[in-house]
Structures are given as C-alpha cells and as structure tokens.
Design a protein around this ligand. Structure first.
Ligand SMILES: Cc1cc2nc3c(=O)[nH]c(=O)nc-3n(C[C@H](O)[C@H](O)[C@H](O)COP(=O)(O)OP(=O)(O)OC[C@H]3O[C@@H](n4cnc5c(N)ncnc54)[C@H](O)[C@@H]3O)c2cc1C
Length: 405
C-alpha cells in the first residue's frame, strides 16, 4: 500500500518535501492555515541565495558551511521541483555589494579575511559549478576608497566589497511552485486548516487535529507527519512530545517590494553589514527589494506562541516606507532618487524563527550563528527547522533521501 504522509506547512520547505515525496510514490496531504501555499516568509523575502558571506559574525565558519551546499544546489533543485528553469530575469544580475557599516560588529579587515575563506570554501565544494555564476572567476573584491566615496556615504560606510552572491525573485518562484503542486495529483492540498496538535497512535498511525471554520477536525492514519510550520513549529512539536531548544526568537519582519516602469541599472544590489542595518536588491532593473531592519521589525518574541500580527495601518505603512528609504538613502544616496520612480510599492513580510537570542548590533548575539538548523526525528514524526529559504530545497532533498532509503 502507498504510504500516507501529512506535511504541515506549505512554505518552501513543506512544498519542496511534498513534491519530492509525491514523485517517490507517497500520498501527501499538504496542510496550511492560509488560503494557498507560499503566503508567508517564503513568498515575501529577499531571496538571497546564501553562500555564507552574511554570517561573518560566526567566526567558526559553521553557519557558512551549513549554508553553502544549499546555496550552490538551489537553482538546480528549484528548477527540478518547479519543472521549469530559474530564468536569468529572476536573478540579480551583478555582484552584491557588502557595505561595511561604521558600527558593524565585524570590521572591514576581518570581513576581508572572512570573505577570502568563504570564497575558497565555495570554490572547493563539490557542488561549486552549480551556482548561478562561476565562483572561480568571480571572487570577492574590495571596493576602492574612491569608489566608496563616489557611490556611498563614507560617513556611514567604512569599507566595501563586491561579493559573488545572487538573489532571486521569491514572488514569481512562489507562483511556479504553486503551479507544480497543482499539477501533482498525489498531493492533496488542505488549505484554510490550522494545525492544533499532532497525536501519536499505535493502531491507526499518527493523527493531526485541525481547526477549520471554527470546528475541530481530525485526520488519522498517517504513516509519517512532517512539521514544517516555521513560526508555529515548536508549539506543535510540544504537542507531539518533542524536545524544544533552550531558547529561540520569533521575529516578524517586513520589507518593501517595488516595481519601476523604467529599467534602472545603475543602482547596485547591496547589503549594509554586519548588524541590524538594511539591504537593496535590484533583480532585473525593474523589480526591487528594500529593507531596513529596525523599520521593518514589527514584532519580536521569545514565547512558544508567536503573537498575532494585525494588518498594518496607513500610518505604519507610511513610517516603514519612509524610514526604510531614508535610512538606505543615507548610506546609498542613489536610493533616494529611486522613490519617485516606483510604479508599485508593497510592504510585505513574514516570520523569522531562529534558535538563540540577542541583539544583532552586538558581536556576542546568538543570532549571528545560524548553524543549528535541520531536522529532529522520532518514529513517525519529523520536525524541520528550515533556517533559510536558500537551504530549504537542499534540506528537503536530504531528508527525503533518508525517508525513502
Ligand atoms: C523579510 C525577510 C527576509 C528574508 N530574507 C531571506 C533571504 O534573503 N535568504 C534566505 O535564504 N532566507 C531569507 N529569509 C528567511 C526565509 O524566508 C525563511 O527561512 C523561509 O522562507 C522559511 O520557509 P518555511 O517553509 O519554513 O516557512 P514559511 O514560508 O513561513 O511556511 C510555513 C507555512 O506554515 C503555515 N503555518 C504556520 N503555522 C500554521 C498552523 N498552526 N497551521 C497551519 N499552517 C500553519 C504558514 O501559513 C506558512 O504557509 C527572510 C525572511 C524574511 C521574513
């Protein structure tokens, strides 16, 4: 008989698992409380396909080593999952500028040393040739003082580097994933159902309690339940008697997603590092991502139950937009001129779950280390901490290899 699997959560992790497992012959029920898959963090994020450069606050290199295979394999795995290529218009076309803020927790010289180590790690990795660009030919480069003075604010930016990292347009990728799910008959999508609890049972397999239109319904008889609920994952783990981490942080973060009518090539993709600063991503000259950490941090909590997020009102949206553009514009003056060119501008986001706590502005914050991600398994129940968007397809592939071996 075909095995029956419940996958809780239809973000990039749950959807990748569902597609891989369905293609291996499993019957999959993909359960989510939203009206469709990919409504949260997996649709509304920057789409940086991490090679580890952002985590220079982790001098052990453990975070980078965790992220590298996922980043390298991302485009091939996502193409396989979606059944179509990640075309170049969905990918930023030039190097990411890492602009080291004067208040960075990692100074310029230390970042340069770190970047050289990451470059070597990525070049020597067996999956090295799978990234969007050649990592042998594209190595980190320090920006000259003149370049920094001409393009950025030297009162804020102390050093700058061209880093061979790319980002993808997550919104379009989300639509392609939904299409692939819809064309896979052995995946049953159960949307608008909130997961309340998971119960082990000897005779009829595992069961899942769901809330739908004010009523509690139970789905029984699963051979396996995989929890990929992200912000509600550990809460549901508790109902299945799984061990919880010693500490964690739930943050609800929003950013700006904009579109310009004209093509603008002269503003580069950049990240102001290392700490609670901001980013701009220029995907194809017309699609943009802008964030400023403090402006977009709507909620932060260490409770097992993340707080409810209400719809942002007009004043909040205005503040987030203005503050993001002002703060980014202070460091990268060209951003200020971009504001008049947007045809559409949306404020969107999602939850970020991370093991550990701390303030990103301090070097000892546990949030600079993101290596403790992955899955915990007990007979018939698996809980997956995705860690990063860019890691999800790789982690899903590895997990499915274990399940099906
Ligand atoms: C602003 C921002 C920028 C980011 N930038 C990057 C980046 O550049 N690169 C990168 O790699 N990562 C980035 N991330 C992190 C990345 O988005 C997440 O790691 C990733 O999307 C998590 O995927 P997921 O499938 O685990 O979770 P999600 O996409 O959140 O999916 C979880 C699903 O579970 C559902 N759900 C939750 N609770 C319940 C419940 N009780 N019952 C039923 N359904 C439920 C939700 O509706 C959701 O659909 C960013 C995140 C944010 C918010």
């Amino acid at each position: 008989m075909r095995k029956s699997i419940a996958i809780l959560g239809a973000g990039i992790m749950g959807s990748s698992l569902a597609l891989f497992l369905a293609r291996k012959g499993y019957d999959v029920k993909l359960i989510d409380m939203a009206e469709q898959p990919f409504t949260g963090a997996s649709r509304w994020n920057e789409g940086k396909i991490h090679l580890g450069y952002l985590y220079s606050g982790d001098r052990t290199l453990k975070t980078a080593k965790k992220l590298i295979p996922g980043g390298l394999a991302f485009t091939n795995l996502v193409s396989e999952l979606m059944g179509r290529e990640v075309t170049s218009d969905l990918v930023t076309s030039s190097a990411d500028h890492y602009l080291i803020h004067k208040k960075s927790v990692v100074k310029g010289a230390a970042f340069r040393e770190y970047a050289q180590k990451i470059s070597l790690l990525t070049q020597e990795h067996p999956l090295s040739d799978q990234y969007f660009i050649s990592l042998d030919k594209n190595i980190p480069k320090q920006l000259s003082r003149t370049y920094i003075d001409n393009h950025f604010n030297p009162a804020i930016v102390s050093d700058g580097f061209e880093i061979p990292e790319r980002s993808v347009q997550t919104n379009t990728i989300a639509d392609y994933f939904i299409d692939a799910l819809d064309h896979t008959p052995t995946i049953e999508k159960i949307m608008h159902h909130e997961v309340l609890a998971v119960h082990p049972s000897d005779k009829i397999g595992w069961s899942v309690s769901l809330s739908h239109s004010g009523k509690v319904v139970k789905h029984n008889g699963f051979d396996l339940v995989i929890n990929a609920l992200w912000q509600n994952r550990i809460k549901i783990d508790q109902t299945a008697n799984m061990d919880l981490p010693a500490s964690w942080t739930h943050r609800y973060r929003v950013s700006l997603f904009g579109q310009t009518s004209q093509i603008i090539q002269e503003i580069p993709s950049a990240v102001i590092a290392v700490g609670p600063f901001g980013d701009i991503k220029n995907y194809d000259g017309k699609h943009w991502y802008l964030s400023w950490y403090d402006a977009g941090l709507i909620s932060q909590s260490h409770d097992i139950n993340p707080p409810k997020i209400s719809l942002l009102d007009h004043e909040q949206l205005k503040y987030i937009t203005t503050e993001t553009i002002n703060q980014l514009g202070a460091a990268i003056p060209a951003v200020s001129s971009l504001v008049t060119k947007f045809e559409t501008l949306k404020v969107k986001g999602g939850w970020v779950y991370a093991v550990g706590q701390g303030d990103l502005g301090t070097a000892d914050s546990q949030l600079h280390k993101r290596d403790r991600v992955g899955y915990l398994a007990r007979q018939g129940y698996i809980s997956v901490d995705t860690g990063k968007y860019s890691l999800a397809p790789w982690m899903a592939k590895k997990l499915v290899e274990q399940i099906t071996q």
